[in-house]
Design a protein around this ligand. Structure first.
Ligand SMILES: Nc1ncnc2c1ncn2[C@@H]1O[C@H](COP(=O)(O)OP(=O)(O)OP(=O)(O)O)[C@@H](O)[C@H]1O
Length: 309
């Protein structure tokens, strides 16, 4: 659990975080979203004490981080940032193994964990473990950065635009991997982005930050349906909010169970946005839905259009 309790931070005269309180539960994927300069990174960095608060308190598992030994605190919290920060003279395997090595894991455990992460993050090109960062693509480097942050199975991971500067396809695939890993491991993730689609796609809850304060905290659909004020409505996307909603809702919860349809099936776990894409690609206004390999119903275009109207 991460708690921000009336946190204040200023740089000189500039108030960057203004009396902010927030509680992030164990196993939650929490996304801080907001425009550049709103204070997201600063807030995230108070958790691993890269930034010291001027007033208030940040607690991890109930303990004030200011009271913790800073090295031990950071070893227990994964941290991934956009610029990646891989060690250039260490191989992929050595980079990933950084924290397990500090924690004095056995060589066999380290090797097994590195192999596991290389597979989980789909870094499994031949010889990947022995390669150096400069021989990797930007997307591969970011995967290694994420693998390194997850290596010692930290219960808490801080991620600051870890998928920035990636092409949309790579980004989407990494988001999917991260969400699956987070669910499997029950990791608590605090993730910073200025991309609303990324925030809504990943977050169990999203906090919209403006000028050093949280304007609204809630589930993605709560921000779409009940924006706290005009600023939230505008940030969530006004008319584009409906499209965002399609990216958050799944086929399974919107299909007509038991009905049938012609065409290539879509998975019940797919988003409505993916279903819409499949309908457009196939030129059909209804498609069969499959779950665990079995046809379970149909998804119908008119239901998507009517939703939220
Ligand atoms: N070390 C520092 N010294 C002085 N000012 C700082 C420092 N770090 C951050 N700031 C200022 O604090 C404000 C908030 O910065 P922060 O990086 O937290 O915003 P952000 O919401 O994460 O933005 P971005 O999305 O651009 O990273 C900015 O005006 C920034 O210039």
């Amino acid at each position: 659990m991460i708690e921000f309790d009336h946190v204040h931070k200023r740089f000189g005269e500039h108030v960057v975080i203004d009396d902010l309180s927030l509680r992030i539960e164990d196993g939650e994927f929490f996304v801080l979203v907001g425009p550049s300069g709103s204070g997201k990174s600063t807030l995230l960095r108070t958790v691993n004490r890269l930034v010291h608060v001027d007033a208030g308190c940040v607690r991890v598992d109930g303990e004030d981080v200011a009271m913790r030994d800073v090295e031990a605190l950071r070893r227990g919290i994964g941290y991934a940032i956009q610029s990646v920060g891989l060690f250039p003279h260490r191989t992929v395997a050595e980079n990933i193994a950084t924290v397990p090595r500090l924690l004095r894991w056995s060589e066999a455990d380290i090797r097994a964990r590195v192999d596991e992460l290389i597979e989980l993050l789909r870094l499994d090109e031949p010889g990947m473990a022995g390669r150096y960062p400069h021989t990797l693509s930007g997307g591969q480097q970011q995967r290694v950065g994420v693998a390194r942050a997850l290596a010692a199975r930290p219960r808490i991971v801080l991620m600051d635009e870890p998928f920035g500067a990636l092409d949309p396809l790579t980004r989407e695939s990494l988001q999917g991997s991260l969400k699956a890993i987070q669910r499997d491991m029950g990791t608590t993730i605090l993730f910073v982005t200025h991309d609303m689609d990324e925030a809504f796609g990943l977050g169990d809850r999203v906090g919209l930050m403006l000028d050093g304060g949280l304007v609204q905290v809630g589930k993605p659909l709560e921000l779409i349906h009940n924006p706290a004020d005009e600023r939230v409505r505008e940030f969530v996307g006004g008319t584009r909010a409906r499209l965002r909603e399609l990216a958050v809702r799944t086929v399974g919860e919107n299909m007509r169970r038991g009905e049938s349809a012609e065409g290539e099936p879509v998975e019940a776990s797919a988003t409505l946005q993916e279903a819409l894409g499949a309908m457009l690609a196939q030129g059909r206004d209804r498609l069969p839905v499959r779950e665990h390999g079995v046809a379970v119903g149909a998804i119908v275009l008119i239901d998507l259009v009517a939703r939220g109207a």
